[in-house]
Design a protein around this ligand. Structure first.
Ligand SMILES: *[C@@H]1O[C@H](CO)[C@@H](O)[C@H](O)[C@H]1NC(C)=O
Ligand SMILES: *[C@@H]1O[C@H](CO)[C@@H](O)[C@H](O)[C@H]1NC(C)=O
Ligand SMILES: *[C@@H]1O[C@H](CO)[C@@H](O)[C@H](O)[C@H]1NC(C)=O
Ligand SMILES: *[C@@H]1O[C@H](CO)[C@@H](O)[C@H](O)[C@H]1NC(C)=O
Ligand SMILES: *[C@@H]1O[C@H](CO)[C@@H](O)[C@H](O)[C@H]1NC(C)=O
Ligand SMILES: *[C@@H]1O[C@H](CO)[C@@H](O)[C@H](O)[C@H]1NC(C)=O
Ligand SMILES: *[C@@H]1O[C@H](CO)[C@@H](O)[C@H](O)[C@H]1NC(C)=O
Ligand SMILES: *[C@@H]1O[C@H](CO)[C@@H](O)[C@H](O)[C@H]1NC(C)=O
Ligand SMILES: *[C@@H]1O[C@H](CO)[C@@H](O)[C@H](O)[C@H]1NC(C)=O
Length: 340
C-alpha cells in the first residue's frame, strides 16, 4: 500500500511538472512575448550594427521549454517558473533609431529594461506601467520626448529609474512617490520643470538621485542622504570587514546577483535600513522571542555597524577598535537579555 502511495505521489509530481512545462510552452506558442518583441523590432528604423538580425520568428526550432526568442540578442528568459517568458531586454549602446513600442508593456515578467545610449525618439510608453516585476528601467541617452508617464507609479518593485540625457518635458508625476523601493532616480539633462518635489521625501529607499540640468523650481526635501555616485573603493580592511558583517547577517554573498547585478550588497542593505531590516535578515537566524527586542538589540545595531564600515569615503569609516568594542557591547547586551 505504502509503495503504491509513493508511486501515486511520484506520478502526481510528474503530472504537475508536465502541466507546468505545458503551460510554459503554450505561453510561448501563444506568443504575447514574441509578438511584443516583433512589435518592438517593427518600430526600429535603423539598426546599424544589425543587433536585431537574430530577431526572426522563424529561425531555429526550439525544445519544449525555451522558445527561440530567449536566445535573441539582448533578450533573456530567467524565470524558473516561466522559462518561456522574457525577463531582460537589454539593447544598450546598439545605435538603434526608432520609437519604443507600446507593446513592450505586454512583457509582464520583465525585470530589466535597458535601452540606454541609442537614438530612440518618441514617448516613453505608458504601458510599461503594466510590467509589475520591473526592477531597472534605463532609457538614458536617447532622444525621448514627452512626459514621464504617471502609470510608472505602478512599478512598485522598481529600484533603478534612469531617463537622463533625453528631451523629456513636464513635471515628474507625483505617482512616483509610490516607488518606495527606488534606489537610483536619474532624470538629469532633460527639460523637466518640477515645482513641488516634496513627495520625493516618500522615496525612502533612495540612495542616489540626479536631477541637474533641468529647470526645477521646487525645493528638494532635506531628508536625503546624497550618494556621491563614485564607485566604492574595495581596499581597506575595515570595508571588507563591514561587507563580511553584512554577508553574515543577510546570508547573502556580495557576488549574488542583486537585481541582475545592478545593486551591491551594501546598497541592498542601505535600501532596507533602518525600517525593513527584518526582511533582509538571514532567514536561518530565527529567534523565538520578541522580534522587536531582537531588532533593537541586535539587528539594527549590527547593520548600522556594517554600514558604518562601508562608507564610500575611507575617512568616514569606523575605526577597527571601535568596531570591536561595539560588537562586544552588542553581544553582552543580547546575551544578558536571552539568559535573563
Ligand atoms: C541553427 O542552429 C545551428 C546550430 O546551432 C546553427 O549552425 C545555425 O546557424 C542556426 N540557424 C539559424 C537560422 O539560426
Ligand atoms: C533546451 O532547454 C534547455 C533549458 O531549458 C537549454 O539549456 C538547452 O540549451 C535547450 N536546448 C536547445 C537545443 O536549445
Ligand atoms: C546591459 O548590457 C550591457 C552590456 O552587456 C551591460 O554593461 C549593462 O550593465 C546591462 N544593463 C543592465 C541594466 O543590466
Ligand atoms: C554609446 O554607444 C556607442 C556605440 O553606439 C559607444 O561607442 C559609446 O561608447 C557609448 N557611450 C557610452 C557612454 O556608453
Ligand atoms: C499588447 O499591448 C497592446 C498595447 O499596449 C495591446 O493593445 C494588445 O492587446 C496587447 N497584445 C496582447 C497579445 O496582449
Ligand atoms: C532635443 O530636441 C531638440 C529640438 O528638437 C534637438 O535639437 C536636440 O538634439 C534634442 N536633444 C536630444 C538629446 O534628443
Ligand atoms: C500606487 O500603487 C498602487 C498599487 O501598489 C496602485 O494601486 C496605485 O494606483 C498607485 N498610485 C499611483 C498614483 O500610481
Ligand atoms: C507620502 O506619504 C505620506 C505618508 O505615508 C502620505 O500621507 C502622502 O500622501 C504621501 N505623498 C504622496 C505625494 O504620495
Ligand atoms: C540555512 O539553512 C539551510 C538548511 O537548513 C542550510 O542549507 C544553509 O546553509 C543555511 N544557511 C546559512 C547561511 O547558514
Amino acid at each position: 500500500m505504502a509503495i503504491k502511495r509513493t508511486w501515486q505521489l511520484w506520478l502526481l509530481s510528474l503530472l504537475t511538472h508536465a502541466i507546468l512545462l505545458f503551460t510554459a510552452s503554450s505561453q510561448s506558442i501563444n506568443g504575447d512575448d514574441l509578438s511584443a518583441l516583433l512589435a518592438f523590432k517593427s518600430l526600429i528604423r535603423n539598426d546599424p550594427r544589425e543587433v536585431l538580425s537574430s530577431w526572426d520568428a522563424i529561425s531555429n526550432a526550439t525544445n519544449m521549454t525555451t522558445p527561440v526568442f530567449c536566445r535573441w540578442t539582448g533578450v533573456s528568459c530567467n524565470d524558473r517558473r516561466h522559462p518561456g517568458r522574457v525577463t531582460t531586454l537589454n539593447l544598450s549602446d546598439a545605435g538603434l533609431a526608432g520609437t519604443i513600442s507600446q507593446q513592450l508593456g505586454n512583457l509582464t515578467l520583465l525585470r530589466v529594461l535597458d535601452l540606454s545610449n541609442n537614438s530612440l525618439d518618441g514617448d516613453i510608453p505608458a504601458s510599461l506601467g503594466g510590467c509589475p516585476k520591473l526592477r531597472a528601467m534605463k532609457l538614458s541617452t536617447n532622444h525621448l520626448s514627452g512626459t514621464i508617464p504617471a502609470d510608472l507609479g505602478q512599478l512598485t518593485k522598481l529600484a533603478v529609474f534612469d531617463v537622463g540625457h533625453n528631451n523629456l518635458t513636464g513635471d515628474i508625476p507625483k505617482s512616483l512617490s509610490n516607488l518606495t523601493t527606488l534606489a537610483k532616480f536619474i532624470v538629469e539633462r532633460n527639460f523637466i520643470h518640477g515645482q513641488d518635489l516634496s513627495w520625493m521625501g516618500n522615496l525612502t529607499s533612495l540612495i542616489h538621485f540626479v536631477l541637474e540640468g533641468n529647470s526645477f523650481t521646487g525645493n528638494i526635501p532635506e531628508t536625503f542622504e546624497y550618494g556621491s555616485g563614485s564607485p566604492v573603493s574595495m581596499d581597506g580592511d575595515i570595508y571588507s570587514y563591514g561587507v563580511l558583517l553584512l554577508e553574515m547577517f543577510t546570508g547573502r554573498r556580495p557576488t549574488d546577483n542583486f537585481i541582475d547585478g545592478i545593486i551591491s550588497l551594501v546598497d541592498y542593505v542601505k535600501m532596507a535600513y533602518p525600517n525593513n531590516l527584518l526582511e533582509i535578515l538571514d532567514t536561518n537566524a530565527t529567534y523565538n522571542g520578541n522580534t522587536q527586542d531582537m531588532t533593537q538589540l541586535v539587528v539594527y545595531p549590527i547593520f548600522r555597524l556594517g554600514l558604518a564600515c562601508c562608507r564610500e569615503s575611507p575617512s568616514e569609516r569606523m575605526k577597527m577598535d571601535n568596531v570591536v568594542k561595539e560588537l562586544n557591547a552588542i553581544k553582552k547586551t543580547f546575551s544578558a537579555h536571552i539568559y535573563a
